[in-house]
Every structure is written in C-alpha cells, then in structure tokens.
Design a protein around this ligand. Structure first.
Ligand SMILES: *Cc1c(COP(=O)(O)O)cnc(C)c1O
Length: 464
C-alpha cells in the first residue's frame, strides 16, 4: 500500500516545474485530463504490482504526462505509407487524389464558392450542375447526378424508382461489399421488395420474364465486383435485360460498382467495360463509385436517361446524401483529367499504380535497395522478391499484378513484431506478412512516400 500512497495528488503534480512549463501552451482541461489519466494508470499499476517506486519519480511521471498531452493533441486521421500493394484499399482511404484535385481543394476550402449560385444570371443555381455536363461528355449519358457514395446512389435510385414495388435481381448478384453494403438490406431500406431469380451460378432470360408481375417496378443488374463465379455459369447481359425491360415497359438499372471511364491498356486480365460501354447497352440508369477505379474522391455517380434522373434531383432523400463543395471540387478536377485518356493514366494515382510496368517496379526496387543499404542500421536486412499485388476495393478480384516486394527483416523481431513497430511509426508504414516474411509492395509506395519509409526503417534502431 505504500506504493499506492506515494502516488502524488493532482494539485501537487500541477505545481511541478515540468508541468507548469506547459501551462501556457496547453488548454487547462486537456492538461488536467492527461494528469488524471496518468495518475489513474499509476494507481492501477501499483495495485497489480507491476509498478515500482522508482517509476513514480517526478521526472518519470512528468514525462508520461507530457507524452499523454502530445498524444491527445495529435491528429487521429493521419497519413500512412501503403505497402500492402492493394491499390484500392478501403481501410486506407481508397483512392489517393490526383495532384490537380489537391490544388483545386486548396483553392476552394478556405473561401466562398459559387456552389449554388448561377454566376451568369445571378440567380440561385444547383450544386449538382457543376459536374453534370462533363459526366455526360465522358460517359455519353443524357443526365447525371452525384451523391455521397455509390451506396447512397443505389439507395436513392431504388427509393425513387421502385419503393413499394418488386425489383428483380439475379441470385448470383446479391452481393455484399465490405460488410455494411448488402443488396438485400439496401433494398429493404428503400422500401422495394426483392424478387430473386435464377440460381447462384446460373440465371437465364426466362427467369426474369417469368418473375414479372403487375407489382414489378424495376430490373436491377449488380456488378459482382469483389468475387467471381467460375465454372458452370450463365448470366443475362445488360443488353438482354434491356430487351426484357422494353418488352414489359420496365426500367432497367445497373449498379456498376467501380465504374471506370477509360479502357486500360497494357493490363493483362483487365476486362472491365467502361461506363460508356455499359450505357451503350441501353440501361435507363447506372450508378458507380467516385473513389474506386475512377480514382477521385468518395462519391456516388448516377448517370442515365433524363426522365429517370430528374425525379432523383427533386427527391427528399437527395438532401440527406448530398455532396459538399470539397467533393465536387476534387471530382471536377479528376474528371477534367479524363478528357485526355493518356493524361488520366498518367495523373490519376489509382490508374498509374494499376498500370505501372513490372520492369519499372523492379528498377524502383533496385534504386530503393541501394539507397537503404547506405543508411540502414545493422540488424535491419532488406532484399527484393517478386510477387503479386491486387487491385482491391472490390474491383477486379481475379486480377493479379506482377510486382516487386521489399522483404524486410529486423534482428530479434518476428515479422509480427516488425509489423507492429512499423505501424507505430510517426508516419505509420503498413505492409503484409506472407509465409513468415514481412513484405512491402512497391506498387503502392510512390516516390514521395519513400522518405517516410526510410525514416520508419531507421527508427527501428532506436526502438530496441
Ligand atoms: C463498392 C460497391 C458499392 C458501394 O460503393 P461505395 O461507393 O463504397 O458506397 C456498391 N455496389 C457495388 C457493386 C460495389 O462494388
């Protein structure tokens, strides 16, 4: 109990010179909270017997309080180095934005904009107008609308087109995307009634035709973005669904998932049709994400025929899923790059990372290795190995991209311990462990991130 009794009181701690020194620079509630937290920790440690009297010195306790203050003042949302090789990593914020989008954000964020002002006529305008024309230009659509994300786009479209009616979907397309997006759940939320047809692996045109009743409101096709059914399979193409829709005067909607705007050359295994291709098949409405293959900010893009998009623009739900000026600024800048396909491939980071050649990755690896070998402390071993990266983000599940990996080992650390240490760095580095090796994929580490990676590896020497 003596150890417990020797833990100082809050007032006493506040009077210590090391603590007083930061009074002026730190809001008092923050300081008080840090002091109380650290004292509570000391009490808990004393009770479990893993504290020691020497751990209670003024200097040690002051140090702990100052680091608690520093932690509380640091940002929670931080830059990280993505060494996983997963290009569209939802946990890591999906698409890094193009440089031009960053510049547009810079121009827009701290001032006023014409978000809802028609500058030509000086009257109220619509925020949705800013990107509608360019979306139509790039996709061939008649009308377009942008909302918070693709999940919101699907919800809004289903609510507007099919609330209280039946929606026909193939059983092979009842997908779940990352846990919280499930087609059947979203359907329920929209008030539409799911009418499943076909089987998991095979659905035929007749399945759709037989399911149509007076209660049917819509035919929906969902892109199976994050998995593939292989083997004995059959699906009904968008084109065929449009024929069936016409036969029964029913609208046809496509949830395209990723939605890419360019044909990507030099990418073996890439067979994703562009949004323009999909629209040519004739669906009435089509939705896709802004931050998957498109490589822009989080957004849901709805394109299609005006008679179906106009009601969405007046729907009360739109207000709840609307985009802000930051999204619109970043999206507009990203879309401008797509006016020239070569520019898009070069300046949209997502596309650049997906299409970088294996030879380029290998020479990048060799450069990095030379650089690291000059500076790395003893005990840190690095080498290059060949492997594969993934597109991720629920896009292109079967695509395996040949890549170069940096194999890192640290004396005395298991790959798991090394992973934890690098994740705890000032700029956290995230890699993957495969066959008991810690690996960093160079595909998703742009040159700008290399200094952070070097700093993290150097810091391993201080952590022993
Ligand atoms: C990713 C995806 C969604 C969800 O899109 P968010 O932009 O993440 O809301 C919906 N449908 C499909 C088919 C998807 O691949």
């Amino acid at each position: 109990m003596t150890l417990l009794n020797s833990i100082p009181k809050v007032d006493k701690v506040l009077g210590w010179p090391g603590i007083k020194a930061i009074h002026g620079q730190c809001p008092r509630p923050l300081l008080l909270k840090a002091v109380r937290t650290v004292l509570a920790e000391l009490r808990a440690e004393a009770l479990c017997g893993d504290g020691s009297a020497s751990g209670l010195s003024e200097q040690t306790v002051t140090g702990r309080i100052l680091s608690a203050v520093a932690v509380a003042r640091s940002f929670n949302l931080r830059k990280v180095v993505n060494g996983t090789g997963v290009v569209l990593h939802t946990n890591l914020g999906r698409s890094p934005l193009p440089e031009s989008a960053r510049q547009r954000l810079n121009d827009i964020v701290s001032g006023y904009t014409n978000l809802e002002l028609d500058l030509q006529n000086g009257v109220r305008g619509s925020r949705y107008d800013h990107v509608e024309d360019i979306l139509c230009e790039l996709t061939g659509a008649e009308a377009a609308l942008v909302v918070n994300n693709n999940a919101a786009a699907v919800l809004l479209a289903l609510t507007s087109l099919a609330s209280g009616k039946e929606v026909i979907v193939s059983r092979g397309e009842l997908v779940e995307i990352g846990g919280s997006f499930r087609i059947p759940d979203l359907m329920r939320q929209s008030g539409a009634i799911l009418r499943e047809v076909g089987t998991t692996n095979r659905t035929h045109p007749g399945d759709y035709r037989n399911a149509v009743t007076v209660d049917t409101g819509l035919i929906l096709k969902v892109h199976t973005s994050n998995f593939a059914i292989v083997g004995y399979t059959a699906e009904v193409s968008g084109q065929e669904l449009v024929v069936i829709g016409k036969e029964f005067s029913l609208p046809v909607m496509v949830d395209a998932g990723s939605g890419n705007l360019v044909g990507i050359p030099d990418l073996p295994g890439f067979v994703e049709p562009t949004v323009r291709d999909l629209l040519r098949e004739g669906p009435d409405i089509l939705t896709f994400s802004g931050d998957k293959l498109l490589g822009g900010p989080q957004a849901g893009i709805i394109v299609g025929r005006r008679i179906f998009i106009d009601p969405l623009k007046k729907h009360p739900l739109l207000r709840a899923v609307r985009v802000d000026k930051l999204t619109l600024a970043a999206l507009e800048a990203t879309l401008h790059l797509y006016r020239d396909e070569r520019q898009a491939l070069q300046h949209v980071p997502t596309l650049r990372m997906l299409t970088v050649s294996p030879t380029e990755l290998e020479s990048r690896g060799k450069r990095l290795l030379r650089r690291l070998r000059k500076v790395l402390p003893t005990g840190v071993e690095v080498s290059l190995v060949a492997g594969f990266s993934q597109a991720g983000g629920g896009a292109l599940p079967l695509l395996e991209l040949p890549t170069t990996l940096l194999d890192v080992a640290h004396e005395g650390d298991s790959p798991q311990q090394l992973e934890k240490k690098l994740r705890g760095c000032k700029v956290p580095v995230l890699g993957r462990i495969s066959k008991e090796r810690y690996l960093l994929d160079l595909r998703t580490i742009p040159d700008e991130d290399v200094p952070h990676l070097v700093a993290a590896l150097l810091s391993l020497a201080d952590q022993n």
